[in-house]
Ligand binder design. Structure first.
Ligand SMILES: [Zn+2]
Ligand SMILES: [Zn+2]
Length: 128
């Protein structure tokens, strides 16, 4: 009973979708984008203890698009090869209860650390 009515609903949706394919595609794309954005914001919020901001002392970047999740031991790339990139990675973090080996950094602090032997120039000054 329940199953067949669900199947009927799916069929009705498909028919409607096919009749308005472009409109549905735009809607679905928006829906998926909102879902992906939500996963990202959830991950950033968790790793920032509620207030989204670059976690480097002395840096005040709060712009979402400038922030990235940085692996504490520099294994971010390696790890994402396993979990998938972007929203797949954020979903993996959520499903795995946000493991502690990540932190939020802006791209400047992230590459600043990398180029400065692991310490952000904000903390120790540039090696020059
Ligand atoms: Zn920063
Ligand atoms: Zn910094």
């Amino acid at each position: 009973m329940f199953e067949s009515s669900t199947r009927l609903q799916i069929e009705k949706y498909k028919i409607k979708r096919n009749a308005n394919l472009e409109e549905f595609k735009i809607k679905e794309r928006k829906y998926h984008k909102a879902y992906r954005d939500k996963l990202r914001v959830e991950a950033l919020t968790h790793y920032c203890n509620g207030v989204i901001r670059c976690q480097c002392a002395g840096c005040n970047v709060t712009e979402l698009l400038f922030l990235t999740l940085d692996h504490l031991n520099g294994k971010g790339r390696e790890h994402r090869e396993i979990t998938g990139w972007g929203w797949k990675f954020h979903l993996w973090l959520k499903r795995n209860k946000y493991p502690a080996e990540y932190r939020v950094l802006c791209f400047n602090c992230n590459s600043g650390r990398y180029l400065n032997g692991g310490k952000c120039p904000h903390e120790v000054g540039s090696y020059r």
